[in-house]
Design a protein around this ligand. Structure first.
Ligand SMILES: Cc1cc2nc3c(=O)[nH]c(=O)nc-3n(C[C@H](O)[C@H](O)[C@H](O)COP(=O)(O)OP(=O)(O)OC[C@H]3O[C@@H](n4cnc5c(N)ncnc54)[C@H](O)[C@@H]3O)c2cc1C
Length: 413
């Protein structure tokens, strides 16, 4: 007889877990409380702009993403490797373009990094890059497990390159303000950046989970479903009781404890403020009490993100940064962001029209909150999602695969 499994949550992890169970011949159904699939990977259409939920990219080097996604069908386009850095000098903004500090550290030095990184720093970047690219991806998760800041110091980087480059880049990725995320995660992201590209799908970040949902089939996904547990295998779904052979919780059962939050502001601009497809890092965020971690122009990479003749500017403010400056309300954040970008782009930013301020609470799981990858069916069933491994698309997919395998073994399919 065909086994039946319920997956609760249609984020990336739930969809991937359900797909694998379907492929194993299981009658699987996904129940999602929202009216859309994708969970945190969602995109909203506002006045012809595609607004992702936070600045969100796919990494082409993620090994599981390479297996799972059809990047070509997603029509992905890449940001330029490397970054631009903005720094205040005598009340004026100075922009440094770094060719690619990861792939071409020496050229990167020539294109501007030497303003705040010594030649020794650049050699250390090259050495680090070599070290993290070696071997299999799993190996970066082995060995020491200090915080990222201690790791960078131990590697001998100067305070200047840490504050002006690593801090804005990695606090904007980890969504915390003191580089306390463990060095393993740092090594993982650094490796991925040096091996692949940061890309956006043509139809917004939600196109990624949509691709999985399409493979799974609409008839297996039940949106607007409020689910509660009667017992381990019996659910109350919108008031109706239904039993399954196994149930997977594809959401973070501890989410209210996850404190990493982020503010994302999307602006409609007459033209792009950047003249290349880089992400712009705020080199002052740590040193001069800055607020913005980074700014990007998704429509420079994927023109579909903005209507013809307009540009979409997306600004990322790490929640803890805003907290430390006493900024709690959307209007205060907008005002402070506008003051900061006015210095960077005095001629154009005054005309930027605010499209949305998103405050994303519980954005990523806390470091050290990861749990043993396999939730065994002892008492509380199965759980998957990025919280089980690490806060990333890769973490979500890998945990989904592990749990799907465990369910198959449990049911002895
Ligand atoms: C702003 C931001 C930027 C990010 N940027 C990147 C990036 O650039 N690169 C990267 O790799 N990762 C990034 N991430 C992380 C990535 O988005 C997540 O790791 C991934 O989407 C997690 O997927 P998930 O399925 O584990 O969880 P979720 O997406 O949270 O899915 C959980 C689902 O379960 C549903 N649910 C919860 N409770 C119930 C219930 N009781 N009944 C029914 N349904 C329920 C929720 O509605 C949700 O749809 C970013 C995250 C954020 C927030």
């Amino acid at each position: 007889m065909e086994h039946s499994v319920a997956v609760i949550g249609a984020g990336l992890a739930g969809l991937q877990c359900a797909l694998l169970l379907k492929e194993a011949g299981i009658d699987v159904h996904v129940f999602e409380r929202e009216h859309h699939v994708g969970g945190r990977m969602k995109t909203e259409k506002v006045d012809g702009f595609l607004l992702d939920y936070g600045f969100h990219v796919m990494q082409t080097a993620y090994p599981t993403s390479q297996r799972v996604f059809d990047f070509e069908a997603l029509n992905v386009q890449a940001f330029e490797p490397g970054a631009m850095i903005v720094q205040k000098k005598k009340n004026k903004a100075k922009f440094w373009r770094m060719a690619d500090p990861f792939r071409r550290p020496i050229q990167g030095a020539m294109s501007g990094m030497n303003r705040f990184a010594s030649p020794v720093d650049l050699l250390r970047v090259a050495r680090l890059r070599f070290a993290v690219r070696k071997g299999k991806t799993e190996q970066v998760f082995e060995g020491e497990n200090k915080d990222t800041l201690s790791y960078l110091k131990q590697q001998g980087f100067s305070q200047s390159i840490i504050d002006r480059f690593f801090h804005p880049l990695f606090t904007g990725i980890f969504l915390e303000d003191d580089l306390r995320t463990n060095e393993r995660m740092f090594r993982f992201v650094f490796r991925m950046m040096s091996k692949g590209n940061m890309v956006l799908p043509r139809e917004g970040i939600v196109a990624a989970p949509n691709q999985l949902a399409q493979r799974l089939g609409k008839d297996r996904i039940h949106l607007n479903s409020t689910v509660s547990f009667v017992d381990d295998t019996t659910l109350d779904i919108n008031g109706q009781s239904k039993s399954f052979d196994a149930v997977v919780r594809a959401f973070n059962t501890n989410q209210s404890n996850e404190k990493r939050h982020v503010w994302t502001l999307h602006f409609d601009a007459e033209q792009s403020p950047l003249n290349s497809r880089h992400v712009l890092l705020n080199g002052d965020v740590k040193i001069n009490d800055g607020l913005i971690a980074h700014l990007a122009v998704p429509s420079d990479v994927q023109p579909e993100y903005a209507p013809a003749g307009r540009s979409l500017v997306t600004v990322t403010v790490v929640g803890e940064r805003a907290d430390s400056l006493g900024l709690k309300e959307a209007a205060e954040i907008e005002e402070a962001v506008r003051n900061e970008v006015k210095l960077w782009f005095p001629d154009t930013s005054l005309n930027w029209r605010l499209l949305a301020v998103q405050h994303i609470e519980h954005a990523l799981p806390e470091v050290g909150s990861e749990r043993p990858l396999l939730a065994t069916p002892q008492g509380h069933g199965f759980e998957c999602g990025d919280q089980m491994l690490h806060g990333s698309v890769e973490g979500a997919l890998l945990s989904a695969e592990a749990v799907a395998n465990a369910v198959v073994v449990h049911l002895q399919v």
